[in-house]
Design a protein around this ligand. Structure first.
Ligand SMILES: [Zn+2]
Length: 424
């Protein structure tokens, strides 16, 4: 059913201009969007929401998520305490992703989609790994997202860390998936991907006119490994396979680049994703934006699904070493829409809205909106969400799926996941 938002305060996500208006939208990614002064008489085909006193703006998108970690919250600590980033991967995340099966992936995707929508996020760019359940993993995630009402750009993070066969299986899944869906060619990180696998990934990216989605210099270890194994920096290595010049490529983190690498990156066409909370949690460093250019987006890196929170952490934690204005952080949050539209990905249309019940104690306008965004707003202000013209959250509740069913399923699958992890 199409949606009519009555008496809204509409905030243009690009110009930040405010206007009192009614908003009429149809279904689908290319459907109509109108701002009628007079409300049409015919309402039969519209869900009508009174938005008096509420703010309506474009919904959010997450430029880097890992739904596979959605059921990790509260899990027991590893038997061996990790001493560094590599051990954290080995003793925590690679144990977790090896324990995933199809139904755990489905529960993870449903829960992440639910929490994304309830935080006003209607589009997720996900980076998935499940080495013992590769086949069909991406279609399972896509189906779960669509069931709840989330649009997506998925990939499988191909890696040689579990042997050549699993790398080949990851490439095969990517190839099959890209035949029928929009998506990216996923790679884990330089230090777990061989030259042969890089080469095959580059061929797939070229064949499907796609790009790669890869962790880049998240820890100093990635650079050290590249120097000692390939006698070059990570950026030089990725550039050698053509990934820097692909406008769909996403380079995640980019924390340990030297000035020359940063320059090469900003001269290229790939996009960067900053994930402040994850970097703090892994104690790998703080993103430095100096000379990296303007193609910087924000993600959650699987920590959670709330992009308002990610923007606020990027701002506050960045103050210490890389201070930015609230406006700059807001634009980084919104850059993902430019990335998606420039590359003609579908699902991030102009009829995606978040309706905010933000009862501000002070005046809010075009000039101070970013200050309110950083200091005042949070996901509890998200009242309704419209995705592709369809009402997917109404009065803080999902409309297309049952939240209790998702929570019961995710709890059951969480128990199963934690039990399986003990055996690895
Ligand atoms: Zn990541």
């Amino acid at each position: 059913m199409s949606v009519l938002l009555k008496n809204a305060t509409f905030i243009d996500w690009q110009t930040l201009k405010f206007k009192q208006t009614n908003i009429l939208t149809g279904l689908g990614t290319s459907s109509y969007l109108e701002f009628p002064d007079d409300i049409p008489n015919e309402f039969e085909n519209h869900e009508v929401l009174d938005c008096s006193g509420l703010f309506v703006t474009k919904s959010f998108a997450n430029a880097h998520h890992h739904i596979y970690s959605a059921l990790s919250r509260g899990m027991p600590p590893p038997d061996i305490p990790p001493k560094n980033f590599y051990e954290k991967l080995k003793y925590v995340w690679w144990k977790l992703d090896k324990s995933l099966d199809s139904e755990i992936i489905e529960a993870s995707a449903l829960y992440a989609a639910m929490m994304s929508l309830k935080a006003g996020v209607t589009f997720i760019i996900d980076h998935h790994a499940s080495p013992y359940a590769i086949e069909n993993s991406l279609p399972v995630i896509a189906t779960a997202f669509e069931k709840v009402g989330v649009s997506h750009l998925l990939c499988y993070e191909v890696s040689d860390r579990d042997g050549k066969e699993r790398a080949a299986e990851g490439l095969k899944l990517t190839s099959e998936y890209l035949k029928h869906h929009q998506g990216l060619v996923g790679l884990h990180a330089s230090f777990t991907v061989s030259d042969q696998t890089m080469k095959e990934a580059a061929l797939l990216a070229e064949k499907f006119q796609s790009g790669v989605h890869i962790h880049v210099a998240e820890d100093q270890f990635d650079e050290e490994h590249c120097q000692s194994n390939y006698q070059m920096s990570v950026i030089d290595r990725l550039d050698g396979f053509g990934f820097l010049q692909m406008p769909k490529s996403i380079f995640v983190h980019c924390l340990h680049l030297d000035d020359r690498e940063t320059k090469r990156l900003s001269d290229g066409r790939a996009w960067i994703v900053e994930n402040m909370e994850s970097n703090l949690n892994n104690r790998v460093g703080i993103f430095q934006s100096k000379n990296t250019g303007n193609r910087i987006m924000l993600g959650t890196d699987g920590m959670h699904s709330n992009m308002i929170r990610s923007a606020q952490w990027a701002y506050f934690a960045g103050l210490q070493n890389d201070p930015q204005l609230p406006d700059t952080i807001y634009h980084r949050l919104r850059n993902v829409h430019h990335y998606l539209s420039y590359n003609r990905f579908s699902g991030d249309s102009e009829n995606n809205f978040v309706v905010l019940d933000y009862n501000t104690p002070t005046e809010i306008n075009s000039n101070n909106y970013c200050g309110h965004f950083i200091y005042g707003m949070d996901a509890t202000h998200v009242k309704h969400v419209i995705s592709g013209g369809k009402l997917v959250v109404k009065d803080r509740q999902l409309t297309l799926a049952n939240e209790n069913d998702i929570l019961l399923f995710s709890k059951e699958m969480g128990r199963k996941l934690w039990t399986k992890m003990k055996g690895i």
